[in-house]
Write a protein that binds this ligand. Structure first.
Ligand code: ADP
Length: 719
């Protein structure tokens, strides 16, 4: 039963009792009132009958006086009886209507009164007619006294009935009064008793259960098992169930907490105000090498590295008075003698008078921090010593840091550059707004070195090779720029240009003429040469040819590097290119006893045909040069997605892995004798590379040493 229902009972039961009691009282009172009414009724009947009797009884005596005196005032009683008695009799009749015997009595009284009034009327008439004697004889005849006596007898019945009734009523009223008293006493006693019983019953039920609740809360506080769940479904039972649930959840969370503490990787401990350990979790074994039991009761200084004890104690004192930060670092000497770095997080509880600590092993972190510091310092030194300028720039184009080389390059002090816009250092043509300079610089030199005009503090400018890249930091995106002063390279280029011009005009022309003269001499144009001279002139002619080739190739390469080699692209047939190339090397191949084989391909490329033939001839000449006698060189062209791939496959000595990239660099040859024995310059492949790349293609070599090489290059497929 719910408490509110019990409350309702507590109020409703006494109320119902009191209501019953009130109803009982009302019934009794009603009864008493009824009896009283009956009495009044009876009295009224008696008084009415008496009034009739007295009115009628006065009629004969007043008539007698009237007869004697003839005074009409003595007719008053007669007239009064004449007018009022019939009404009174009607009233009396109505009042006794419920009682048959009394009704009959009234009817008899009515008859007697009518007889009396009729006799009186006759008498009055006799007196008025002056028959006094006759009238007096009427009185003497005793008729009146007879009628009055009969009337009195009849009216006496009412008095007797009233007396009888009154007696009966007195008994009833007494009884009713006694019943009322008894009912009041019983009602009061019952109400008090019910109130007391109900209060005891409910109070016992509630207080006993509340007692269980109180006991449970004490048990919870001391960690004892709770009382069994209170039965019922009232609020107290519900509260007890909720309390049990709460206790279960609390126990579960305590268990989890304990599991966390016991399985924690960090040492968790509490130290009493005297400095001794009072609790240590099992992590102490792993981190410090001590069993918790070995530390309990020992001073906190026991595991601490001797050099750090004083400072640790001072920090702990500060923490205890709330002065110092709650974290500190120190070193702990493990049981095996090794030292570990610890980061402590400590909290002083005034109530417990204890210090609660979590100690985290930061040895690895410390090591890493040290390494990081060293590496940072190394990086800083490298950047500071770098012979190129290094500038970091924020996302909004503001200079973030510069190295010393940048300061010297631009003649600015570091403090004059940091925080300034990057536009202060570079001239970007067609970009007048400083906030757009960064975007323009990125456009030109992001991850590709580009030449820009750099401006010094004194407004003088210098050519700089600049490259940008970007990286992410904690503070956001940053750009890194390397800046190299290429004034010197420009000077070298200028000198080189002059040198090339000099070679072109001053070396190539006489060389061509020397070779022509030597060839003329050999062909007998200047007369027959004796064998010894022929031999010498042949050597001279061969070397002048080689020298001229070298000069030509050097010039060509120079042009390629300067981007000055004219490329005249047109759609050319692949077959035609191959045909022309084979035509050029055919006699050389025949001389070397090497076979040339080709597979037809119907493709076309958009290229400068002469230049591609030059590449093919160079690769084919190399293949012939390095092929053994009677071997075969295959030329084929295959289509791969978006490209046409030209392949020159020989069965020669192959290219060692270490040379597969370097053979495309200037003057790089696999063997020292390749220049002299094979008449090479080491410039053929770099020229091929330059031409292919100028066509937007790629060139490379696949080779297996001793089994031949496949030199290949790809050109965009023109369909
Ligand atoms: P060179 O005028 O010396 O041939 P190249 O640049 O054309 O100059 O070639 C560079 C070097 O690459 C050669 O000297 C040779 O050592 C090597 N080489 C080129 N082609 C071949 C090949 N087909 N087989 C073996 N070695 C080769």
């Amino acid at each position: 039963m719910k408490t509110w229902q019990k409350g309702v009972i507590l109020v409703a039961v006494p109320m119902a009792l009191q209501l019953t009691f009130v109803v009982l009282l009302a019934v009794l009172l009603n009864k008493a009132e009824f009896e009283a009414m009956q009495e009044i009724h009876s009295k009224t009947i008696v008084s009415m009958s008496q009034r009739i009797g007295s009115r009628l009884s006065r009629v004969p005596s007043d008539l007698a006086l009237f007869a004697v005196s003839k005074d009409s005032n003595y007719l008053h009683a007669f007239n009064d009886a004449l007018t009022t008695v019939p009404d009174s009799l009607r009233g009396l009749k109505a009042m006794v209507s419920h009682d048959a015997s009394q009704t009959q009595t009234v009817e008899r009284v009515e008859k007697l009164s009518q007889e009396l009034i009729s006799l009186a009327t006759q008498t009055k008439r006799l007196i008025e007619d002056d028959h006094i004697d006759q009238a007096l004889s009427t009185f003497k005849s005793g008729k009146y006294s007879q009628l009055l006596s009969s009337l009195d007898n009849e009216l006496k019945t009412f008095r007797l009935d009233d007396a009888k009734e009154r007696k009966g009523k007195a008994d009833i009223l007494y009884k009713v009064r006694e019943e009322l008293k008894a009912a009041v006493a019983a009602g009061v006693a019952l109400s008090i008793l019910t109130g007391i019983l109900l209060s005891i019953f409910f109070a016992r039920g509630i207080t006993r259960r509340l007692g269980v609740l109180t006991d449970n809360s004490v048990r919870l506080a001391y960690g004892d098992a709770l009382n069994p769940i209170i039965s019922g479904n009232d609020e107290i039972a519900e509260l007890d169930r909720v309390f049990h649930d709460m206790a279960n959840q609390l126990a579960e969370s305590t268990r989890k907490q304990r599991a966390v503490i016991e399985n924690a990787m960090d040492v968790i401990c509490s130290v009493y105000q005297d400095g001794n350990f009072v609790a240590v979790n099992p992590a102490a074994v792993k981190v410090w090498g001590y069993n918790p039991d070995e530390l309990l009761g020992k001073n906190i200084t026991a595991p601490i590295f001797s050099d750090d004890i004083t400072e640790t104690l001072n920090t702990i004192k500060d923490i205890m008075v709330g002065k110092s930060a709650m974290t500190f670092e120190n070193r702990v000497m493990r049981k095996d003698g090794t030292v570990v770095n610890m980061l402590w997080s400590a909290h002083w509880s005034e109530r417990e008078r204890s210090l609660f600590c979590v100690a985290h092993d930061i040895t690895e972190r410390k090591k890493y921090e040290e390494q990081l510091k060293r590496s940072e310092s190394r990086t800083r030194t490298v950047i500071e010593k770098m012979p190129v300028g290094v500038v970091t720039i924020t996302e909004s184009g503001v200079i973030d840091s510069v190295n010393p080389r940048t300061e010297s390059l631009f003649s600015y002090g570091q403090e004059e550059l940091i925080g300034k816009p990057i536009s202060q250092l570079f001239e970007v043509p067609d970009c007048q707004q400083p906030e757009l300079v960064l975007a323009a610089l990125m456009d030109k030199a992001y991850e590709k070195p580009s030449e820009l005009e750099a401006r010094r503090q004194d407004n003088s400018t210098f050519p700089a090779e600049v490259a940008f890249t970007k990286y992410l930091t904690d503070e956001g995106l940053r750009y890194l720029s390397t800046i190299e002063d290429v004034t010197e390279q420009h000077e070298i280029a200028r000198i080189k240009k002059e040198f090339v011009a000099m070679i072109t005009h001053d070396l190539r022309t006489p060389l061509t003429s020397i070779r022509g003269s030597l060839q003329l001499a050999l062909s007998g144009g200047a007369g027959e040469l004796n064998p010894a001279v022929t031999k010498l002139v042949t050597i001279a002619e061969r070397n002048s040819t080689r020298l001229l080739k070298l000069v030509n190739e050097l010039l060509e390469l120079e042009k390629l590097e300067a981007g000055k080699l004219d490329i005249l692209p047109e759609i050319v047939s692949v077959n035609l290119l191959i045909e022309q190339s084979i035509e050029s090397v055919k006699s050389f191949a025949t001389q070397s006893n090497v076979k040339l084989e080709t597979q037809i391909c119907d493709g076309t490329v958009t290229a400068d045909g002469d230049r591609i033939v030059q590449v093919l001839v160079n690769l084919l000449s190399n293949a012939v040069k390095f092929s053994p006698k009677e071997s075969t060189i295959t030329i084929n062209v295959v289509r791969i997605p978006n490209w046409l791939e030209f392949r020159i496959i020989d069965q020669g000595r192959g290219i060692p892995a270490a040379y597969r990239t370097t053979v495309f660099e200037k003057f790089k040859q696999v063997e020292h004798g390749d220049a002299t024995k094979k008449g090479g310059t080491g410039l053929g492949l770099p020229i091929c590379k330059g031409i292919v790349e100028q066509h937007g293609g790629v060139i490379s070599v696949d080779s297996e040493e001793g089994k031949g090489s496949t030199f290949w290059f790809r050109l965009p497929d023109a369909g």
